[in-house]
Design a protein around this ligand. Structure first.
Ligand code: LLP
Length: 426
């Protein structure tokens, strides 16, 4: 059994400091990992972080400090971006609003803060146009095909609700003209956890759309390749070849520049790629029990914390930290005795299992022998972990810690029990 490389990032005794405060479960992020992931995409003109992935304001500030711009999909995400210091009045491109629908309050906020709207429907273009002539807009095109690690994360094709259907480009441009909106760019995001065998198809689809845009007498200054870049969740998985990925998009950019007869800015909009490998979820074992042929290990984190296995059957590598009799914590040796176990959480729901396939089929994981009070660490949990958590079973949101070399900072406190009923009249 190979050791996961995150076991080198997080020292067991540092994790213990948090554990000693009786704080499991909790999230921990290594900030250096985020910085090095950003570096891998620096060939693009703009890296726009899809903050739905992990919207902690500390993470957003780190993005800003490292020259990354941001995407927002709701009033709450706009609020976070503004609080983190992104400011379109200083630089009109720092925040872009990309959503399927926009309500009046959010519309007022984008207009007031000069935030371009990446329109997901022709209706949305109408709604923006009616209140703000000349407002900058992008058009999000659904090219008619998509891919994702799960059908639930595929955002293209006719089973997807996202974007403006590719054959309706002219209608969209007519609305832009009617309200004198400013067309900034064209955007395609075909899914999350994409198989990039299909990348050339996306690039070609983008070039075709721009050909049409030019024919219809419009211009634009930017193209966005969307997000979707995957990471190796399995220990032996391959890293994405970011150089190859950039080359393909850069070729598309050159073809587009030839059509427009001027340069355009090439954007990318990753989420998972930037933050997944920075994060872990640390939980504590409360019970180990035999159920027929299955040995269940029950921890104090549930799918209300990390939803991905229950929602998509997603795989997260798991490591064990042994709680030694002398009270010291140590990453378990991966060469010793192992056993096959099902890892599950505390929720009153059978689907609260971390080792399962899509569709809910329970799976087993080979792990070092586990005892009550050991810690179980779920790897690569920095993306779509904390940001997808809920209060199900009235469990408070858990704390988030940032590891920055030797400094450990609490970047979100654990939610208090009182706050669970703060909005309800008693
Ligand atoms: N841009 C748009 C318009 C998006 O909708 C998304 C993700 C991204 C960029 C970033 O995609 P990424 O680079 O992270 O693949 N909860 C799922 C993923 C849902 C993705 C939603 N949209 C998961 O845990 O796998």
């Amino acid at each position: 059994m190979k050791k996961h490389n995150q076991t080198n990032l997080f020292k067991a005794n540092s994790l213990a400091q948090i554990y000693e405060k009786e704080m499991t479960p909790y999230w921990a992020y290594d900030l250096n990992v985020i910085k090095s992931q950003i570096e891998k995409l620096k060939a693009f003109d703009v890296i726009r972080y899809a903050q739905k992935t992990n919207s902690n304001i500390h993470v957003l500030k780190l993005m800003k400090q490292n020259g990354v711009f941001v995407d927002a999909v709701s009033e709450g995400e706009l609020f976070r971006a503004l609080k983190a210091g992104f400011d379109n009045k200083k630089n009109p491109n720092e925040i872009v609003f990309t959503a399927d629908v926009i309500n009046q309050q959010t519309l007022n906020l984008v207009v007031e803060n000069k935030i371009p709207v990446n329109a997901g429907s022709i209706d949305m273009l109408e709604q923006v146009g009616k209140v703000a002539a000349k407002h900058p807009v992008w058009i999000r095109i659904n090219p008619g095909f998509g891919h994702g690690h799960s059908q639930k994360t595929n955002t293209g094709g006719e089973n997807s609700k996202h974007g403006i259907w590719h054959t309706q480009l002219e209608q969209a441009l007519n609305v832009i003209k009617k309200y004198d909106l400013t067309l900034v760019g064209i955007h395609m995001h075909i899914g999350s956890g994409v198989d990039y065998g299909h990348l050339e198809q996306v690039c070609d689809a983008m070039v075709l759309q721009v050909e049409e845009i030019v024919k219809l007498g419009f211009d634009l200054e930017a193209i966005s390749a969307g997000g979707g870049l995957s990471i190796p969740y399995h220990i032996d998985g391959a890293e994405i070849d970011t150089e190859h990925y950039f080359k393909l998009w850069n070729n598309a950019r050159i073809r587009i520049e030839n059509l427009l007869k001027h340069s355009v800015s090439l954007e990318i909009e990753p989420g998972r790629f930037l933050v997944a490998q920075s994060g872990i979820l640390v939980s504590k074992v409360h019970a180990v029990k035999l159920m027929g042929q299955n040995k269940f290990v029950l921890v104090d984190a549930g799918f209300n914390d990390l939803m991905r296995p229950s929602m998509y059957g997603s795989y997260h590598a798991i490591s064990v930290i042994k709680n030694k009799p002398d009270g010291k914590l140590e990453w378990a040796c991966t060469e010793g005795n192992v056993e096959d176990v099902v890892v599950a959480g505390p929720l009153c729901e059978s689907g609260d299992v971390f080792t399962q396939h899509e569709g809910g089929v329970v799976d087993k994981r080979t792990l070092p022998i586990i005892a009550v009070n050991d810690l179980l660490v779920f790897h690569d949990a920095g993306a779509y972990g904390a940001s997808m958590s809920s209060n199900y079973n009235s469990r408070p949101l858990i704390a988030e810690y940032a590891f920055d070399n030797d400094n450990i900072t609490c970047i979100r406190r654990k939610q208090s029990i009182d706050s669970l009923i703060a909005l309800e009249d008693i």
